[in-house]
Design a protein around this ligand. Structure first.
Ligand code: 13P
Length: 252
C-alpha cells in the first residue's frame, strides 16, 4: 500500500506563485517508490495545472466539490467538471468547510456520493475540536463523521476513499497530535472500517494524518503502523518543506 503526501494549499498563492511552487515541486521530486504525491491548489488553477504538469508524478486534487450534479447552481462546480478537467482527487469534509461554510453531515455525504459517481478519489476528512477531545467524545465524533459520510459507499467503492484524520486543534496551530495520539485514532478508524465494511477494506484504506505536520515531526508520525502519510497545509506552501515530507514518507 503506497503512502500519500497531499498538499492542501487552501486559499493561498496567486496564479504565478502557484506555478512557481508547482515548478519547484515537480523539478525536485525524487523517483517515488512508495508515495503518491497530490497537490490541491485553488480551484481556478486546476485545469491549467492539469495540462501543464501532465507529464509529472503529481496528482491534482480539488479542495471541495459541489454537493449537486449539473444544473442551475450558480457558482458551483461539480465533481464531473473536475474530472473532465483532469482532476483525479477531491478533499471532502475539511473542518474549515464544515465549520466556516456550514457543511452538515448530509452535505458531506452528498459530496462524497457526487465525487464517487464522477470517478474522483476522495480524501475524506474528519477531526475533533479541542472541546470535544477534552470532553473525551473524540472517538464517538470521528466515528459518527465517517460513518455518516460513507453511508452510501459500498465495500468495492472504498477503494476510492482515503481518510484524513485532522484534529482541529492541530490545524495551523503549530500543535501537532503526538505520534501516539495519531496512532491511537488511526487504529480506531481502521477498526471501525472493519466493522462497517470488511477486514480487507480495513487493511487497505489509507489513513492520513493532518495538523501541523512538518519536516521535524513527519518521520515519527509517518512511522506509526496505521499512518499512511499526511494531508499538509502550511508546510505544503514551500517546495523545500513539502519535498522533505515526501522524503520522510519514502523513508518511512
Ligand atoms: P496545517 O498543516 O497548516 O496545520 O493544515 C493542515 C490541514 O488543514 C490540511 O488540510
Amino acid at each position: 500500500m503506497r503512502n500519500i503526501v497531499a498538499g492542501n494549499w487552501k486559499s493561498n498563492k496567486l496564479m504565478n506563485e502557484g506555478i512557481e511552487l508547482m515548478d519547484a515541486i515537480t523539478k525536485g521530486l525524487p523517483t517515488l517508490h512508495k508515495t503518491e504525491v497530490i497537490v490541491a491548489p485553488p480551484a481556478p488553477y486546476l485545469a491549467q495545472f492539469s495540462a501543464q504538469y501532465k507529464a509529472h508524478a503529481v496528482h491534482l486534487s480539488a479542495q471541495q466539490c459541489s454537493e449537486h450534479g449539473h444544473g442551475a447552481h450558480t457558482g458551483e462546480y461539480t465533481a464531473e467538471m473536475l474530472h473532465s478537467s483532469g482532476v483525479t482527487h477531491v478533499i471532502i469534509g475539511h473542518s474549515e468547510r464544515r465549520d466556516r461554510f456550514g457543511e452538515s453531515f448530509e452535505v458531506v455525504r452528498s459530496k462524497v456520493n457526487q465525487a464517487i459517481g464522477a470517478s474522483l478519489h476522495v480524501l475524506l476528512c474528519c477531526g475533533e475540536s479541542l472541546e470535544v477531545r477534552e470532553s473525551e467524545e473524540h472517538f464517538e465524533l470521528i466515528s459518527k463523521q465517517l460513518k455518516d459520510a460513507l453511508a452510501d459507499v459500498d465495500s468495492a467503492k472504498m477503494a476510492n476513499i482515503t481518510i484524513a484524520y485532522e484534529p482541529v486543534w492541530a490545524i495551523g496551530t503549530g500543535v501537532t497530535a503526538s505520534a501516539d495520539q495519531a496512532q491511537e485514532m488511526h487504529r480506531f478508524i481502521r477498526e471501525q472500517l472493519g466493522n462497517w465494511f470488511n477486514p480487507q477494506v480495513a487493511s487497505t484504506t489509507r489513513i492520513l494524518y493532518g495538523g501541523s505536520c512538518k519536516p521535524s515531526n513527519a518521520a515519527e508520525i509517518f512511522g506509526q503502523p496505521d499512518v499512511n502519510g499526511g494531508l499538509i497545509g502550511g508546510a505544503a506552501l514551500e517546495a523545500s518543506s513539502f519535498l522533505s515530507l515526501v522524503a520522510a514518507s519514502e523513508a518511512s
